[in-house]
Design a protein around this ligand. Structure first.
Ligand code: NAD
Length: 292
């Protein structure tokens, strides 16, 4: 780890300047201090009441962020927001007005809004054509796309528009960061995951164009594709333990489910590293999903 104030300009890849002193892009003095310092900023986390979102809320709050927990689950969301001195807003990510209210609450926390993390999502298992010949229910397909894909876009577009109203945080003109949650099922979806995989593939596909669009306002966009992470999405109790043991078998290393805290750590790394942009990152212990 290079310390604060260290000059990291090396001239690598510039085609000139190597061995002739520091080469710098513009007048900015680079430092390894994270410019996207979370202390004293505000953030919004959709799906923040449970699992990956909850761990992200806790981590961002520990870093000094005021956080809006935006979730359908009022009871858990309210309790969590209270515990971190944040705010809870009952939010349906697929609903325009609902997300606008949550983002407005984040803007009203008395600190510049710099971060939007989308974790809200739902699962669905159904084949394109069932064993009995019935086609996939179209309403269910639409619902998954609506929550997972349109919901993620809805949070990103409204939060980024609010972030655009803040002063830049650094000499690069950076104002904030969007982190979206897809899934490795968006890359290699299994049998029965056609709706879920389409929704997550859409999130992956938005990453590059959204990063390009939002560059104009100094906002980076990165997408995380989790593998098998231990959260309430897999249920609780003895039945779920058996199910989870089966899921772990194909994981390469470490031979266990990921933890929500590890996910939150990655979110924070992506926020704090100013050069991470337009990237889709697998977070999966090396697993590659088999067809079933
Ligand atoms: N846990 C995993 O292994 C895993 C793997 C890949 C991807 N993911 C994705 O990560 C995200 C978080 O999953 P998790 O495991 O923490 O699940 P979770 O069920 O623990 O949490 C999801 C949260 O989203 C909220 N939510 C659902 N629909 C919503 C809506 N319309 N508006 C607002 N909030 C809504 C729920 O109330 C819940 O609090 C999801 O998008 C999921 O698809 C999870």
């Amino acid at each position: 780890m290079v310390g604060p104030g260290t000059d990291i300009a090396t001239g690598y890849g510039t085609g000139h300047g190597s061995g002739h002193g520091p080469v710098q892009g513009g007048s900015r003095q680079h430092s390894m201090l994270p410019a996207m310092n979370l202390n004293g900023t505000a953030a919004i986390v959709s799906g923040g009441a449970s699992g990956l979102g909850e761990a992200t809320v806790l981590d961002l709050a520990a870093a000094g962020c005021r956080v809006v927990v935006a979730d359908l689950n009022t009871e858990r969301g309210t309790e969590l927001a209270k515990s971190v001195d944040g705010a809870f807003v009952t939010t349906d990510v697929a609903d325009e007005r609902s997300v606008a209210e949550a983002v407005a609450a984040a803007e009203g926390l008395g600190a510049p809004l710099r971060v939007a993390v989308s974790c809200a999502g739902i699962g669905w298992a159904s084949r394109t054509v069932g064993r009995d010949g019935t086609p996939h229910d179209l309403g269910a397909y639409r619902k998954v796309i609506d929550v997972n894909l349109i919901g993620t876009f809805n949070v990103m577009r409204i939060a980024a528009s609010a972030i655009a109203r803040t002063e830049p945080a650094d000499a690069d003109g950076q104002r904030g960061v969007v982190i979206n949650t897809a899934s490795i099922a968006g890359i290699e979806g299994q049998t029965g995951q056609v709706a879920y995989s389409a929704s997550k593939g859409g999130i992956i596909g938005m990453t590059v164009p959204a990063a390009r669009d939002l560059a104009a306002i100094g906002v980076r966009v990165n997408t995380i594709c989790p593998g098998i992470i231990d959260t309430p999405i897999y249920g609780t109790g003895p039945g779920s333990d058996e199910f989870k043991a089966k899921l772990v078998a194909p994981i390469v290393f470490p031979k266990r489910m990921g933890t929500a805290a590890e996910f939150a750590q990655l979110v924070r790394s992506l926020i704090e590293n100013d050069y991470m942009n337009a990237e889709v990152i697998r977070f999966d212990g090396g697993i590659r999903f088999q067809p079933k």
